[in-house]
Design a protein around this ligand. Structure first.
Ligand code: GLY
Length: 409
């Protein structure tokens, strides 16, 4: 029998490192699945950013690219500070590369002071994505106290009459104050509830759980339209709990469907179903997903426009971050006892294959060493338009991990 010479060629194709095993006749016989290549690519790209951070001697926390093409690094109080440490945790989990463990710990512990933040609601994003993943993977006892303290800080923003956690402060001359709001709650705030559910499990104190449920219930009552889409901002009266305004801050119009807002709703209510078993939450997540799935403006590659009602579609920027968040949520939903569970995984796979393609995944070493291109921060604020964003990368890695777990079973 003729000996088979196995040649492993590393082919750089549009910035991807593609592994092909060839026979001595040169015919490719095995190609790694797209998701395996995606993990390898992400490890390489984030590895370059880690090298940059380590060479700087500072605890830099990358967020996005500035209009000048420089990486923007944030401080601990920025709502996006948990995503880079969280991405390193997911990469550690996805690859088993132990080099990443002390780095994930170091980047996480740099956020310690964030547990005392009470002036915005994003402490849930910050602490759960960093310390929450750290606790899951490193079992460090001290991380529990950080999670519980952070949950306490978040609960200081709860108002009993409306039954919600206030998202933004409206003090001074801030743009939020200029809008005339009193107690603005944004749909994004659903994501912060995961910290509260975790804090009850860690402490045995049901206060956090009850506040999370109150917020989820009132949000379900007020944020959604009959078609399943959601408003971005609901402003409440603190004194009597009534709704004062239904508006947007980052979407195209008050009545439009800002895509990341829809993504936060789908993910947030799927998470609330996981934590409570309350079927109404799953129904809400699915209704909002179906709104996006069947939207006449949903592009063929399933990467949403930044707002599904933006006026110049198809000449409007896409928002990759909304796709990452929805894909991750759909992988989780596919593990629930739902009719057509496999269809949610298939939809997530299609979204993720688009994200993993050269259309959205950056060539190695480019894009400020972020994995994904083409996200949008806030068009109305003229900020971060068609750029990489660290939360797009974070939820993409989480989605890859969820896919890996599902397929192992
Ligand atoms: N939580 C802020 C945003 O989604 O842009």
């Amino acid at each position: 029998m003729k000996a088979r010479n196995v040649l492993t060629a590393m082919v750089a194709m549009a910035g991807f490192v593609l592994c092909l095993q060839c026979t001595n006749k040169g015919a490719p016989v095995a190609e790694e699945p797209w998701n395996v290549q995606a993990v390898e690519n992400a490890r390489a790209q984030i590895g370059l950013e880690i090298d940059t951070i380590e060479a700087s001697g500072q605890l830099l926390n990358p967020v996005t690219l500035t209009p000048e093409g420089k990486v923007y690094y944030c401080g601990y109080a920025d709502w996006r500070s948990g995503f880079f440490p969280g991405s390193v945790w997911y990469l550690y989990e996805l690859t088993g590369d132990t080099i990443l463990l002390p780095l994930a710990e170091k980047y996480t512990e740099a956020l310690d002071e964030a547990k005392h933040l009470t002036w915005h609601h994003d402490i849930g994003f910050i602490i759960n994505c960093s310390y929450g993943n750290g606790l899951r993977l490193a079992k460090k006892e001290a991380y529990k106290d950080v999670m519980i303290q952070a949950a306490k800080s978040l609960c200081t923003r709860f108002h009993a009459k409306p039954g919600v956690i206030q998202s933004w402060n409206v003090t001074g001359n801030s743009w939020q104050a200029q809008r005339g709001w009193e107690c603005p709650v944004i749909i994004d705030n659903m994501m912060n509830l995961e910290l509260l559910f975790e804090a009850t499990k860690l402490s045995g104190d049901s206060t956090y759980y009850k506040i999370a449920v109150s917020h989820a219930d009132r949000t379900m009552q007020e944020h959604f339209r009959p078609d399943g889409s959601c408003y971005h901002v609901i402003d409440y009266s603190i004194a009597d709990g009534t709704v004062r305004h239904r508006q947007t801050a980052q979407g195209y119009a008050d009545e439009s469907a800002w895509s990341r807002g829809q993504a936060w709703a789908i993910y947030g209510y799927a998470m609330c179903y996981r934590e409570t078993g309350d079927r109404r939450y799953l129904d809400q997540a699915l209704k909002t997903f179906r709104f996006m799935q069947h939207h006449p403006h949903m592009p063929a590659d399933l990467i949403p426009y930044w707002d599904m009602d933006a006026p110049k579609i198809p000449d409007e920027p896409r928002d990759v971050s909304s796709a990452s968040v929805i894909a991750s949520a759909l992988y989780e939903i596919s593990t629930f006892d739902v009719p057509d569970a496999a269809s949610y995984k298939a939809y997530a796979d299609s979204m993720m294959q688009s994200l993993a393609s050269p259309a959205y995944t950056a060539p190695l070493g480019e894009n400020g060493r972020f994995i994904l291109m083409h996200s949008v921060g806030s068009i109305p604020h003229h900020s971060e338009i068609d750029v990489p964003l660290n939360y797009a990368d974070y939820y993409y890695l989480e989605a890859l991990k969820r896919k890996q777990d599902i397929e192992k079973k």
